[in-house]
Ligand binder design. Sequence first.
Ligand code: GLU
Length: 475
Amino acid sequence: MSPVRLRVAPSPTGDPHVGTAYVSLFDLAFVRQQGGQFVLRVEDTDRARFREDSEQQIYDTLHWLGLDWDEGPDKGGPFAPYRQSERLDTYRPAVEKLLADGRAYHCWCTTDRLAEMRTAQQKAKQPTGYDRLCYGKTREQRAELPGFSETPVVRMLIPDDAPLVFDDLIRGETHAPRPDDQVILKADGFPTYHLAVVVDDHLMDITHVVRGEEWISSTPKHILLYEWLGWERPAFAHMPLLRNVDKSKISKRKNPAARLTWFIEEGYLPEALRNFLALMGYSMPDGGEVFTFDEMAAGFDWSRVNAVGPVFDLDKLGWLNGHYIREMPVAELAERVVAYMGVTGDKAELVRRATPLVQERMAVLREAREMLEFLVTDAFAVEPAAGEKFLGVEQRPTLQAARDAIDGADEWSAAAIEAALRHALVDELGLKPKHAFGPVRVAVTGRTVSPPLFESIELLGKTTTLARLDQALSG
Ligand code: GLU
């Protein structure tokens, strides 16, 4: 048997969608298990929605997730080019053949006419679909009728007996509605997705087409094209749609987590996100929820994918991410935090030393940044709400006593700083620890939530600590 070849085929229409990573993960699990190739193909035929920077973002986010491809526009490969806009000549012979064989026809209807037709059909409570006004007509014949456009499109002539049932690797026997006479070549000379996907999957020797559930209704058209062009069709696997907790479809408009870059910005770990995406429909034989990509790939089986819309629960992802963070060797976590914060040199060193203080206190790297920023920032500022609550005139005596205690600590260590502060604030001033240390924490770290206070002060150093207390006292 020839090796399996799978592809992910994102459209560069904006910030990459989480679905691209989701499909890639399952593609790759199968490819790694079977020994085959994973192809990245850029489907950029929709020129109206094309976005220049999107392709690079697709590369960056998939790389970040560790979902690497064997062939693609950036890598090349035996079936290059892998960008559909560079393959326009490839689609023309297929269109010519379909036209010559009477499987497709030109349509000159203007968009206005199509819109009117649709409205009329809806009013009459008829099924909507192209009424074949252009079918069987020459250009001249059609030009005499209203709603004529100079530049035609090409449509498929869907037969009455079009096959509407197909076998899906995840869903088994799958039924789809009868398609409309689908446009396959647009007036701008670009193929539509439906033609391009079939031609490319065939020419690129794709053996398994894995894509979102929303394409089930298109599959009969694709099956017809394979038949008409005399090509063997690949296997199909339609992944379940990811849903919000309220069961609605995840969209970039409604949920930031639909954008892959969001996970990077928030500081999720790629291995945790991979694990989470795998849990969206996949179950391990032992029912375990924490597993690596390699473990998933080793026993991968399409029949273990559940087709019922998995819920994209960010609380669960947060839990999983926190779990990975806590399980990680602290030195490795420190490097992740350093990279996430983008610090170098002495600042990076400080962050490394501070990481053990926050490992147990965060679910995402963003929280580490928020907690450690005070150590490395050149623009220290107290959060206004925290300042208002903890740095008022009535806290001045506490802050002054803290300043003197820290200044006179026996040595510069967390233990000595703690002893000095406790003595001055709790023993001498008679404050409860909460009231004693809250103002000091806010003055020194700028926030009410920070790593452990005495260690934080030790790391920050005496000069800066005293300067911040002075700043609070003079505020
Ligand atoms: N370009 C399509 C998309 O963005 C690909 C669908 C497929 O994988 O066939 O969803």
